[in-house]
Design a protein around this ligand. Sequence first.
Ligand SMILES: NC(=O)c1ccc[n+]([C@@H]2O[C@H](COP(=O)([O-])OP(=O)(O)OC[C@H]3O[C@@H](n4cnc5c(N)ncnc54)[C@H](OP(=O)(O)O)[C@@H]3O)[C@@H](O)[C@H]2O)c1
Length: 286
Amino acid sequence: MQTRAIGDVRVGAIGLGGMPMSIEGRPDEARSISAVHAALDAGVTLIDTADAYHRDANEVGHNESLIARAVAEYGGDTSDVLIATKGGHLRPGDGSWTLNGSPEYLKKACDASLKRLGVEAIGLYQFHRPDPKVPYGESVGAIRDLLDAGKIRFAGISNADPDRIRQANEILGGRLVSVQNQFSPAFRSSEPELELCAELGIAFLPWSPLGGISKAGELGSRFAVFADVAGEHGVSPQQVSLAWTLAKAPVVIPIPGSTRPETIRDSVAAAELKLSAEELTRLDAA
Ligand SMILES: NC(=O)c1ccc[n+]([C@@H]2O[C@H](COP(=O)([O-])OP(=O)(O)OC[C@H]3O[C@@H](n4cnc5c(N)ncnc54)[C@H](OP(=O)(O)O)[C@@H]3O)[C@@H](O)[C@H]2O)c1
Protein backbone atom coordinates (compact mmCIF):
# COMPACT_ATOMS: atom_id res chain seq x y z
CA MET A 1 0.00 0.00 0.00
CA GLN A 2 1.21 3.58 -0.62
CA THR A 3 2.29 5.27 2.60
CA ARG A 4 1.74 8.71 4.10
CA ALA A 5 3.45 10.62 6.90
CA ILE A 6 2.49 11.02 10.55
CA GLY A 7 5.27 13.00 12.19
CA ASP A 8 8.50 11.36 11.07
CA VAL A 9 7.00 7.91 10.43
CA ARG A 10 5.08 6.58 7.44
CA VAL A 11 1.89 4.55 7.68
CA GLY A 12 -0.32 2.84 5.12
CA ALA A 13 -2.53 5.45 3.43
CA ILE A 14 -5.66 3.66 4.68
CA GLY A 15 -5.93 3.11 8.45
CA LEU A 16 -8.42 1.09 10.48
CA GLY A 17 -11.00 2.59 12.85
CA GLY A 18 -11.82 0.38 15.83
CA MET A 19 -14.96 2.06 17.16
CA PRO A 20 -17.64 -0.28 15.69
CA MET A 21 -15.86 -3.25 17.30
CA SER A 22 -16.66 -1.98 20.78
CA ILE A 23 -19.75 0.23 20.92
CA GLU A 24 -23.45 -0.56 20.56
CA GLY A 25 -24.12 -3.16 17.85
CA ARG A 26 -20.60 -4.61 18.12
CA PRO A 27 -19.92 -8.12 16.83
CA ASP A 28 -18.27 -10.91 18.81
CA GLU A 29 -14.59 -10.39 19.56
CA ALA A 30 -13.38 -13.19 17.28
CA ARG A 31 -14.82 -11.38 14.25
CA SER A 32 -13.23 -8.08 15.26
CA ILE A 33 -9.85 -9.74 15.78
CA SER A 34 -10.08 -11.36 12.35
CA ALA A 35 -10.77 -7.89 10.89
CA VAL A 36 -7.67 -6.47 12.62
CA HIS A 37 -5.57 -9.38 11.33
CA ALA A 38 -6.92 -8.91 7.80
CA ALA A 39 -6.01 -5.22 8.05
CA LEU A 40 -2.45 -6.05 9.12
CA ASP A 41 -2.18 -8.64 6.33
CA ALA A 42 -3.25 -5.94 3.86
CA GLY A 43 -0.57 -3.49 5.04
CA VAL A 44 -2.54 -1.32 7.46
CA THR A 45 -0.12 0.23 9.98
CA LEU A 46 -2.36 2.87 11.59
CA ILE A 47 -5.12 1.68 13.94
CA ASP A 48 -7.36 4.26 15.57
CA THR A 49 -8.94 3.60 18.95
CA ALA A 50 -10.03 5.55 22.08
CA ASP A 51 -10.55 4.83 25.76
CA ALA A 52 -14.21 5.83 25.22
CA TYR A 53 -14.83 3.13 22.60
CA HIS A 54 -16.88 0.90 24.85
CA ARG A 55 -20.55 0.24 25.50
CA ASP A 56 -21.11 -0.36 29.21
CA ALA A 57 -19.91 1.88 32.04
CA ASN A 58 -17.65 -0.77 33.55
CA GLU A 59 -15.62 -1.55 30.43
CA VAL A 60 -13.69 1.67 29.76
CA GLY A 61 -10.98 0.98 27.19
CA HIS A 62 -12.74 -2.07 25.70
CA ASN A 63 -11.46 -1.22 22.24
CA GLU A 64 -7.91 -0.37 23.35
CA SER A 65 -7.63 -3.77 25.05
CA LEU A 66 -9.14 -5.54 22.04
CA ILE A 67 -6.78 -3.85 19.57
CA ALA A 68 -3.76 -4.50 21.82
CA ARG A 69 -4.73 -8.19 22.06
CA ALA A 70 -5.35 -8.52 18.31
CA VAL A 71 -1.96 -6.96 17.49
CA ALA A 72 -0.18 -9.12 20.11
CA GLU A 73 -1.80 -12.29 18.73
CA TYR A 74 -0.91 -11.48 15.11
CA GLY A 75 1.72 -13.85 13.81
CA GLY A 76 3.72 -11.35 11.74
CA ASP A 77 5.91 -8.33 12.39
CA THR A 78 3.97 -5.46 14.00
CA SER A 79 6.91 -3.22 14.87
CA ASP A 80 5.76 -0.57 12.39
CA VAL A 81 2.14 -0.47 13.61
CA LEU A 82 1.11 2.88 15.07
CA ILE A 83 -1.79 2.62 17.51
CA ALA A 84 -3.52 5.96 17.89
CA THR A 85 -5.74 6.44 20.91
CA LYS A 86 -7.59 9.37 22.46
CA GLY A 87 -8.64 10.85 25.77
CA GLY A 88 -11.22 13.41 26.78
CA HIS A 89 -14.51 11.60 26.06
CA LEU A 90 -16.39 9.38 28.52
CA ARG A 91 -19.30 6.99 28.18
CA PRO A 92 -21.41 6.69 31.32
CA GLY A 93 -23.18 3.60 29.93
CA ASP A 94 -26.51 5.13 28.90
CA GLY A 95 -25.46 5.50 25.28
CA SER A 96 -24.31 9.10 25.71
CA TRP A 97 -20.85 10.62 25.22
CA THR A 98 -19.69 13.11 27.87
CA LEU A 99 -16.55 15.25 28.10
CA ASN A 100 -13.69 15.91 30.48
CA GLY A 101 -10.83 18.00 29.13
CA SER A 102 -9.23 18.89 32.46
CA PRO A 103 -5.45 18.39 32.51
CA GLU A 104 -5.64 16.18 35.63
CA TYR A 105 -8.20 13.90 34.01
CA LEU A 106 -6.33 13.68 30.69
CA LYS A 107 -3.09 12.72 32.41
CA LYS A 108 -4.83 9.98 34.40
CA ALA A 109 -6.64 8.75 31.29
CA CYS A 110 -3.34 8.57 29.41
CA ASP A 111 -1.78 6.48 32.18
CA ALA A 112 -4.72 4.06 32.00
CA SER A 113 -4.43 3.84 28.19
CA LEU A 114 -0.70 3.15 28.49
CA LYS A 115 -1.45 0.17 30.75
CA ARG A 116 -4.20 -1.21 28.51
CA LEU A 117 -2.05 -0.88 25.39
CA GLY A 118 0.90 -2.41 27.25
CA VAL A 119 3.42 0.11 25.93
CA GLU A 120 5.93 2.50 27.45
CA ALA A 121 4.84 5.34 25.18
CA ILE A 122 1.57 5.66 23.26
CA GLY A 123 2.20 5.92 19.50
CA LEU A 124 -0.22 8.79 18.86
CA TYR A 125 -2.32 10.35 21.64
CA GLN A 126 -5.17 12.60 20.51
CA PHE A 127 -7.22 15.04 22.56
CA HIS A 128 -10.66 13.68 21.60
CA ARG A 129 -12.92 16.74 21.67
CA PRO A 130 -12.83 20.29 23.09
CA ASP A 131 -14.55 20.54 26.48
CA PRO A 132 -16.45 23.85 26.73
CA LYS A 133 -15.89 23.84 30.51
CA VAL A 134 -12.07 23.83 30.17
CA PRO A 135 -9.98 26.41 28.27
CA TYR A 136 -8.67 24.65 25.17
CA GLY A 137 -5.10 25.71 25.89
CA GLU A 138 -5.21 23.94 29.27
CA SER A 139 -6.34 20.65 27.71
CA VAL A 140 -3.69 20.83 24.99
CA GLY A 141 -1.15 21.86 27.64
CA ALA A 142 -1.72 18.45 29.25
CA ILE A 143 -1.00 16.74 25.93
CA ARG A 144 2.22 18.80 25.65
CA ASP A 145 3.23 17.69 29.17
CA LEU A 146 2.60 14.04 28.22
CA LEU A 147 4.79 14.50 25.13
CA ASP A 148 7.55 16.15 27.16
CA ALA A 149 7.36 13.34 29.74
CA GLY A 150 7.82 10.72 26.99
CA LYS A 151 4.47 9.07 27.75
CA ILE A 152 3.34 9.66 24.19
CA ARG A 153 5.42 9.56 21.02
CA PHE A 154 3.18 11.83 18.93
CA ALA A 155 0.46 14.35 19.79
CA GLY A 156 -2.78 14.88 17.88
CA ILE A 157 -6.14 16.59 18.28
CA SER A 158 -9.63 15.76 17.10
CA ASN A 159 -12.79 17.71 16.33
CA ALA A 160 -10.90 20.98 16.05
CA ASP A 161 -11.56 24.07 13.92
CA PRO A 162 -8.75 26.02 12.17
CA ASP A 163 -8.20 28.39 15.12
CA ARG A 164 -7.81 25.48 17.50
CA ILE A 165 -5.47 23.68 15.11
CA ARG A 166 -3.18 26.74 15.04
CA GLN A 167 -3.49 27.20 18.82
CA ALA A 168 -2.71 23.53 19.54
CA ASN A 169 0.29 23.54 17.21
CA GLU A 170 1.62 26.65 18.94
CA ILE A 171 1.14 25.18 22.45
CA LEU A 172 2.84 21.99 21.30
CA GLY A 173 5.76 24.01 19.94
CA GLY A 174 5.10 22.96 16.34
CA ARG A 175 4.82 19.28 17.30
CA LEU A 176 1.16 18.70 16.35
CA VAL A 177 1.28 15.74 13.96
CA SER A 178 -2.41 15.01 13.26
CA VAL A 179 -5.95 16.34 13.23
CA GLN A 180 -8.85 13.89 13.23
CA ASN A 181 -12.12 15.42 12.04
CA GLN A 182 -15.29 14.12 10.46
CA PHE A 183 -15.03 14.14 6.67
CA SER A 184 -16.88 12.07 4.08
CA PRO A 185 -19.04 12.46 0.97
CA ALA A 186 -21.95 13.30 3.29
CA PHE A 187 -19.94 15.60 5.59
CA ARG A 188 -17.60 18.01 3.85
CA SER A 189 -17.67 21.03 6.14
CA SER A 190 -14.24 20.25 7.56
CA GLU A 191 -12.61 20.99 4.19
CA PRO A 192 -11.02 24.21 5.65
CA GLU A 193 -9.32 22.11 8.37
CA LEU A 194 -8.17 19.60 5.75
CA GLU A 195 -6.70 22.44 3.66
CA LEU A 196 -4.99 23.98 6.71
CA CYS A 197 -3.42 20.62 7.56
CA ALA A 198 -2.18 20.31 3.97
CA GLU A 199 -0.65 23.79 4.24
CA LEU A 200 1.03 23.01 7.59
CA GLY A 201 2.09 19.45 6.67
CA ILE A 202 -0.02 17.91 9.45
CA ALA A 203 -1.76 14.55 8.85
CA PHE A 204 -5.54 14.85 8.45
CA LEU A 205 -7.42 11.72 9.58
CA PRO A 206 -11.03 11.77 8.30
CA TRP A 207 -13.32 10.00 10.78
CA SER A 208 -16.48 8.22 9.61
CA PRO A 209 -15.01 8.55 6.10
CA LEU A 210 -17.75 6.36 4.66
CA GLY A 211 -20.55 8.44 6.11
CA GLY A 212 -23.15 8.54 3.40
CA ILE A 213 -21.60 5.73 1.41
CA SER A 214 -22.06 2.89 3.87
CA LYS A 215 -25.63 4.14 4.15
CA ALA A 216 -26.10 5.03 0.48
CA GLY A 217 -29.47 3.33 0.32
CA GLU A 218 -30.88 5.54 3.05
CA LEU A 219 -29.43 8.75 1.67
CA GLY A 220 -30.84 8.30 -1.78
CA SER A 221 -29.53 9.52 -5.11
CA ARG A 222 -27.06 12.15 -3.92
CA PHE A 223 -24.31 9.54 -3.95
CA ALA A 224 -25.32 7.79 -7.14
CA VAL A 225 -22.24 9.26 -8.85
CA PHE A 226 -19.99 7.32 -6.43
CA ALA A 227 -21.78 4.15 -7.53
CA ASP A 228 -21.50 5.19 -11.21
CA VAL A 229 -17.74 5.76 -10.98
CA ALA A 230 -17.42 2.50 -9.01
CA GLY A 231 -19.25 0.66 -11.78
CA GLU A 232 -16.86 2.10 -14.38
CA HIS A 233 -13.85 0.77 -12.41
CA GLY A 234 -15.49 -2.48 -11.30
CA VAL A 235 -14.94 -1.62 -7.60
CA SER A 236 -17.16 -0.76 -4.63
CA PRO A 237 -18.59 2.74 -4.06
CA GLN A 238 -16.79 2.69 -0.68
CA GLN A 239 -13.46 2.29 -2.48
CA VAL A 240 -14.27 5.23 -4.74
CA SER A 241 -15.24 7.29 -1.71
CA LEU A 242 -11.91 6.56 0.02
CA ALA A 243 -9.90 7.18 -3.17
CA TRP A 244 -11.70 10.53 -3.60
CA THR A 245 -10.83 11.40 0.01
CA LEU A 246 -7.17 10.40 -0.46
CA ALA A 247 -7.00 12.59 -3.57
CA LYS A 248 -7.92 15.69 -1.53
CA ALA A 249 -4.33 16.11 -0.28
CA PRO A 250 -1.22 14.01 0.42
CA VAL A 251 -1.73 14.54 4.18
CA VAL A 252 -5.07 12.68 4.22
CA ILE A 253 -5.17 9.24 5.91
CA PRO A 254 -8.75 7.92 6.21
CA ILE A 255 -9.55 5.54 9.09
CA PRO A 256 -12.62 3.56 7.94
CA GLY A 257 -14.27 1.47 10.65
CA SER A 258 -14.47 -2.25 9.89
CA THR A 259 -15.59 -5.31 11.78
CA ARG A 260 -15.18 -7.76 8.90
CA PRO A 261 -12.05 -8.85 7.00
CA GLU A 262 -13.75 -8.28 3.64
CA THR A 263 -14.63 -4.63 4.31
CA ILE A 264 -11.15 -3.59 5.43
CA ARG A 265 -9.56 -5.49 2.51
CA ASP A 266 -11.89 -3.66 0.14
CA SER A 267 -11.09 -0.29 1.75
CA VAL A 268 -7.32 -0.84 1.56
CA ALA A 269 -7.58 -1.33 -2.20
CA ALA A 270 -8.65 2.33 -2.43
CA ALA A 271 -5.02 3.33 -1.85
CA GLU A 272 -4.18 2.00 -5.31
CA LEU A 273 -7.33 3.19 -7.12
CA LYS A 274 -6.55 6.05 -9.50
CA LEU A 275 -9.42 8.40 -10.28
CA SER A 276 -9.16 10.78 -13.24
CA ALA A 277 -9.44 14.55 -12.86
CA GLU A 278 -12.82 14.38 -14.60
CA GLU A 279 -14.07 11.73 -12.15
CA LEU A 280 -12.83 13.74 -9.16
CA THR A 281 -14.68 16.80 -10.46
CA ARG A 282 -17.90 14.78 -10.81
CA LEU A 283 -17.50 13.40 -7.27
CA ASP A 284 -16.74 16.86 -5.86
CA ALA A 285 -19.98 18.12 -7.39
CA ALA A 286 -22.12 15.30 -5.89
N1 LIG B 1 -12.62 11.45 16.64
C1 LIG B 1 -13.92 11.25 16.73
O1 LIG B 1 -14.67 12.01 17.36
C2 LIG B 1 -14.49 10.06 16.01
C3 LIG B 1 -15.89 9.92 15.88
C4 LIG B 1 -16.38 8.80 15.18
C5 LIG B 1 -15.49 7.86 14.65
N2 LIG B 1 -14.14 8.02 14.84
C6 LIG B 1 -13.15 7.06 14.28
O2 LIG B 1 -13.38 6.93 12.89
C7 LIG B 1 -13.53 5.55 12.56
C8 LIG B 1 -14.42 5.40 11.36
O3 LIG B 1 -15.71 5.91 11.60
P1 LIG B 1 -16.99 4.96 11.72
O4 LIG B 1 -16.55 3.61 12.08
O5 LIG B 1 -17.95 5.69 12.57
O6 LIG B 1 -17.66 5.05 10.26
P2 LIG B 1 -17.25 4.69 8.75
O7 LIG B 1 -15.82 4.36 8.66
O8 LIG B 1 -17.76 5.80 7.92
O9 LIG B 1 -18.16 3.43 8.46
C9 LIG B 1 -17.91 2.21 9.12
C10 LIG B 1 -18.84 1.16 8.56
O10 LIG B 1 -18.64 1.04 7.17
C11 LIG B 1 -18.55 -0.33 6.81
N3 LIG B 1 -17.48 -0.46 5.82
C12 LIG B 1 -16.15 -0.19 6.00
N4 LIG B 1 -15.47 -0.39 4.86
C13 LIG B 1 -16.37 -0.82 3.95
C14 LIG B 1 -16.28 -1.22 2.59
N5 LIG B 1 -15.10 -1.18 1.94
N6 LIG B 1 -17.41 -1.62 1.96
C15 LIG B 1 -18.60 -1.63 2.62
N7 LIG B 1 -18.76 -1.27 3.90
C16 LIG B 1 -17.65 -0.86 4.56
C17 LIG B 1 -18.18 -1.12 8.04
O11 LIG B 1 -18.90 -2.31 7.99
P3 LIG B 1 -18.51 -3.67 8.81
O12 LIG B 1 -18.67 -3.28 10.26
O13 LIG B 1 -19.54 -4.61 8.35
O14 LIG B 1 -17.12 -4.02 8.49
C18 LIG B 1 -18.56 -0.19 9.18
O15 LIG B 1 -19.73 -0.62 9.81
C19 LIG B 1 -14.08 4.95 13.85
O16 LIG B 1 -13.96 3.55 13.86
C20 LIG B 1 -13.26 5.67 14.88
O17 LIG B 1 -11.98 5.04 14.97
C21 LIG B 1 -13.64 9.12 15.50
